[in-house]
Design a protein around this ligand. Structure first.
Ligand SMILES: Nc1ncnc2c1ncn2[C@@H]1O[C@H](COP(=O)(O)OP(=O)(O)OP(=O)(O)O)[C@@H](O)[C@H]1O
Length: 264
């Protein structure tokens, strides 16, 4: 690993908060069928921190992540990535922001089947017309154990290897923040552990900021902080989680819990 990569900070902005949701509300539908997916959520995500978002099914986890990542627009409230308020950005500006400043890891890997692992990793940079920082790319590929897999197509890789390629793709452009929507949802426990260790290392060794949605207390235990949602509200937060402490909070998570948005 090059000293270039170790301890590198990647975010060009000056604030310690990389992503911020302020009073974020998202409703679907109207009238009797209206659903409030997010109910005035305020949450900060600090640079160099790994956060897991948890909560019962339907509590708004994916909606929150999609709004934070500029994949979905909130009904009211705002989202900031660094110093940029996403509210009011044009589609073109939003596309450029997602491409240049955000990395994604999805449950379904989302690799292009006809491209090699290396071509998949550099695809977002190629589309953006940006040249890969070769030293950075080398350290990411080595750290993720993909050096001898770069010529393989996704169908020639295991699920865990495919997700490692997706992690490398997310890291390649040195984004300000990486979002993972159940990134281990399709993996066995061994491959899950590998991918989570990589996301952990991205924070510890590369200075990245990572936010994942997960249902798995063991996955959440890799994070520095767990934010719990229920009924579209932030209802709890846990620092330095263990699988046991997360499971315990999940059991106690009651939809009537008092929101503690001010803590987040
Ligand atoms: N496109 C949509 N149209 C209507 N309602 C939606 C839509 N997307 C989400 N919802 C509703 O918003 C609420 C929050 O959904 P969301 O997917 O964010 O929850 P979640 O916590 O991620 O759930 P899960 O753990 O099951 O994935 C749910 O009641 C859901 O039914």
């Amino acid at each position: 690993m090059s000293s270039h990569a170790l301890g590198a900070t990647t975010a060009p902005t000056t604030t310690a908060t990389v992503a911020r949701a302020v009073n974020l509300t998202k409703t679907y539908g109207t009238g009797d069928t209206q659903v409030t997916a997010l109910d005035a959520v305020t949450a900060d995500f600090a640079r160099g921190e790994f956060t897991a978002i948890m909560g019962p099914s339907g509590s708004g986890k994916s909606t929150l992540m999609h709004c934070l990542a500029g994949l979905d627009a909130a009904t009211s409230g705002s989202v900031l990535i660094g110093d940029t308020d996403l509210t009011g950005l044009s589609d073109k500006q939003m596309t450029a922001l997602r491409r240049d400043r955000i990395g994604f890891v999805f449950q379904a890997f989302n690799l292009v089947p006809t491209l090699t692992a290396l071509e998949n990793i550099t695809l977002p940079l190629d589309i953006a017309g940006r040249k890969a920082d070769q030293e950075w790319l080398d350290s990411v590929v080595t750290r993720l154990g993909l050096r001898d897999r770069l010529d393989h197509r996704p169908s020639e890789l295991s699920g865990g290897q495919q997700q490692r390629v997706a992690c490398a793709r997310a890291l390649a452009g040195r984004p300000e923040i990486i979002f993972g929507d159940e990134p281990t949802g399709n993996l066995d426990s061994h491959s899950s552990g590998e991918v989570l260790s990589i996301l952990r290392a991205a924070v510890d060794e590369f200075g990245q900021t990572v936010v994942i949605v997960t249902h798995d207390p063991r996955a959440a235990s890799y994070a520095d902080r767990v934010v719990f949602l229920a009924d579209g509200k932030v209802v709890d937060e846990l620092r330095d989680p263990t699988a046991e402490s997360v499971l315990d909070r999940m059991k106690r998570l009651d939809t009537s819990a008092v929101p503690v948005t001010e803590k987040v």
